[in-house]
Design a protein around this ligand. Structure first.
Ligand code: IPE
Ligand code: IPE
Ligand code: MG
Length: 248
């Protein structure tokens, strides 16, 4: 049993920018798609590790709204891979009682992919042992524009007083308003940028960037990130607790 103090040091929600599949493949002289395939195995490994470590929510940036500019062959390959992943992986979701959710504009995807995704989302809807959230055709600015549009519509219809629009009102109109903000944001493959991911939700997330490429990011690397997180002091604007006594 972990103590209360130890539990507080486990992030409740981890969000990951899964990057570096292409570089991983290139290093091995293989096609980019082989890199994405190896990356899908990392997804399995990290979901499994979340359950073992007590992480309740895992959000994975699987396809950004910007990724649509990639060559058609890569996009087609990614769609096939997503379909295959869902088919093979559904059993594990049931076994572990994990709920699959989507964050993003699923409508952008081919109809057969939308159907398969919705089927697994519906089949796992009642599970409460953890949530796996896939960000698909996701863009942080798009999500905020969507929230603004919803607010504007409600105000125009007279059901919302513009003067009451505060942070909570915006947060309530994001794609998944019930999901707590990520505590830890991981980016693999060393790129020091956010790439339009969860712009609102990461305002106080701890950042962890590793040079490890996503297909090599398995349980051991994930646990390393959690250990690093456990050492962080989250101050949320306050002064360090150890300095409080002398300051008062
Ligand atoms: C991340 O790997 C996966 C997706 C964006 C779908 P990349 O495909 O971006 O890999 P690199 O950045 O080219 O190495
Ligand atoms: C971010 O990775 C998007 C996903 C991981 C799905 P990219 O590889 O698309 O990001 P940039 O282009 O390096 O910013
Ligand atoms: Mg990349």
């Amino acid at each position: 049993m972990k103590t209360k103090e130890e539990n507080a040091r486990v992030p409740r929600h981890v969000a990951i920018i899964m990057d570096g599949n292409g570089r991983w493949a290139r290093q091995r002289g293989r096609s980019r798609l082989k890199g994405h395939e190896a990356g899908a195995e990392s997804v399995r490994a990290v979901v499994k590790a979340c359950k073992g470590e007590g992480v309740e929510y895992l959000t994975l940036y699987a396809f950004s709204v910007e990724n649509w500019v990639r060559p058609k062959s890569e996009i087609d390959g990614l769609m096939r891979l997503l379909m295959r992943f869902l088919k093979n992986y559904e059993k594990e979701l049931h076994q572990r009682e994990i709920r699959l959710r989507i964050q993003g504009q699923l409508e952008d995807f081919p109809v057969n992919v939308q159907k398969e995704v919705r089927r697994v989302v519906d089949a796992t809807r009642e599970y409460g042992a953890g949530q796996l959230i896939l960000a698909l055709s996701y863009g942080g600015r798009r999500e905020l524009a969507h929230a603004a549009r919803t607010i504007a519509r409600e105000a125009a219809a007279g059901s919302l007083d513009p003067e009451t629009v505060d942070e909570a009102a915006v947060a309530a109109r994001l794609y998944l308003p019930d999901v707590p903000d990520p505590d830890l944001l991981i980016r693999t493959s060393g790129e020091m940028r956010v790439s339009n991911f969860l712009l609102w939700q990461i305002s106080y997330a701890e950042l962890y960037v590793t040079p490890v490429l996503w297909p090599d990011f398995r349980e051991k690397e994930f646990k390393k990130a959690l250990r690093e997180y456990a050492k962080r002091e989250r101050r949320f604007g306050d002064i360090a607790p150890k300095h409080r006594h002398s300051a008062e």
